[in-house]
Design a protein around this ligand. Structure first.
Ligand code: GDP
Length: 351
């Protein structure tokens, strides 16, 4: 996000743009209802404002954001939420840009959001780099928003879920949520999307060993990217190996059999096939009722996550706790109390 000052002024995707508009609005007193109305009319600036309110730590902004979400929730039912993960350098942004261009060319409106908890840890962001997806940024049928910085995974995940609601209300019918395979971020993204895509590279034969089993199990499809030039043969070989490996997993609840495809984002090969596969998944699972059932399941998870996050926030923000926590930490450091006693003491204080 720190990079965004380098962006041309016309790019309303930047946070700075939205932040300055929020400042202007604050002078007048932001009106959540009018922001929500504008979002539903497809106004990108209002959408940016809404997401900035979602990301804000200020309690006033948060209550405005909640009001906007309430107005927007449930307005769009026929969207597709697509999660894309893969290690840095696998080609996620190139792939998303290509796929995005295919989709906007076919009349879709595409929003790209990111879940990148590393932005809070390192101060920089793996996914927030504004030089990514230059073409898609210029496309007025696309909306790209980097991951909110300075947050825990739980915080980023909640904000992204809420941003999805606003994007859908604004008429974006394909929502791509990108994440780097860091920590638990894939699990978080998996819990908020309809289809989960894992991007992989063909490696030197032992590529299966390096992948966390859990990610493979979550994937609805694996795409071996960079299947071009001298890498093409390796990619095709890797495809066979991954297919074989996927067979070892138990069948998915929805009966979907994960597919392995090859693609070259650089040469624009295989991208349409990936989209066709996602289309088959959507129509099959919509017809079986599984698609909407899964979303309702995800909503339950969302509710519980929101409670978890808010309880934690409330706890650590409590001035009484803040003070006592310092003291208890010092006592633990000096070995004068046990971590368990200290924890229960603090939890009791909260009540
Ligand atoms: P990300 O970190 O996963 O977002 O990866 P990027 O999209 O930034 O791509 C990393 C590098 O791989 C860049 O230099 C891209 O040009 C290159 N790249 C991306 N997709 C392909 C592809 O399909 N084929 C080849 N040969 N290179 C690619």
């Amino acid at each position: 996000m720190t990079e965004s000052t380098k962006e041309p002024e016309k790019d309303f995707n930047t946070n700075e743009e939205a932040i300055s508009r929020i400042r202007a609005l604050r002078k007048k007193g932001a009106d959540p209802l009018s922001i929500a109305r504008k979002i539903k009319e497809g106004d990108r600036v209002a959408l940016s404002q809404g997401i900035t309110l979602i990301e804000s730590k200020s309690p006033v902004h948060q209550s405005q954001a909640r009001a906007i979400i309430e107005h927007c929730i449930g307005t769009k039912q026929d969207s597709l939420r697509l999660g894309i993960t893969g290690v840095p350098g696998v080609g996620k942004s190139t792939f998303i840009e290509r796929l995005g261009k295919h989709l906007t060319g076919a009349g879709h409106r595409v929003a790209v959001l990111a879940v990148d908890p590393t932005s809070g840890v390192s101060g920089g962001s793996i996914l927030g780099d504004k030089t990514r997806m230059q073409e898609l940024v210029q496309d007025n049928r696309a909306f790209i928003r980097p991951s909110p910085a300075g947050d825990s995974l739980g915080g980023v995940a909640r904000k992204t879920r809420e941003a999805v609601i606003l994007c859908e209300a604004a008429g974006y019918d394909v929502i791509i949520i990108e994440t780097v395979g860091v920590g638990q971020s894939e699990t978080a993204v998996h819990s908020m999307v309809d289809f989960f895509l894992l991007l992989k590279l063909a490696g030197a034969g032992d590529e299966l060993q390096g992948i966390k089993r859990g990610i493979m199990e979550m994937a609805d499809a694996i795409v071996i990217n960079k299947a071009d030039g001298s890498n093409l043969k390796n990619a095709q070989k890797a495809r066979v190996e991954f297919k074989r490996a996927l067979h070892l997993f138990p069948p998915k609840e929805n009966q979907w059999i994960p597919e392995v495809l090859t693609a070259s984002a650089l040469e624009d090969e295989g991208i349409q096939q990936v989209w066709d596969l996602i289309g088959s998944f959507a129509s099959e699972t919509r017809a079986s009722g599984w698609f909407s059932r899964k979303r309702l399941e995800q909503n339950k998870h969302w509710l519980l996550q929101t409670i978890d996050e808010q309880l934690k926030l409330r706890f650590y923000r409590n001035p009484k706790i803040k003070e006592a926590l310092e003291e208890q930490l010092r006592l633990v450091e000096e070995n004068k109390t046990s971590p368990v006693t200290a924890a229960y003491y603090l939890l009791e204080l909260e009540r």
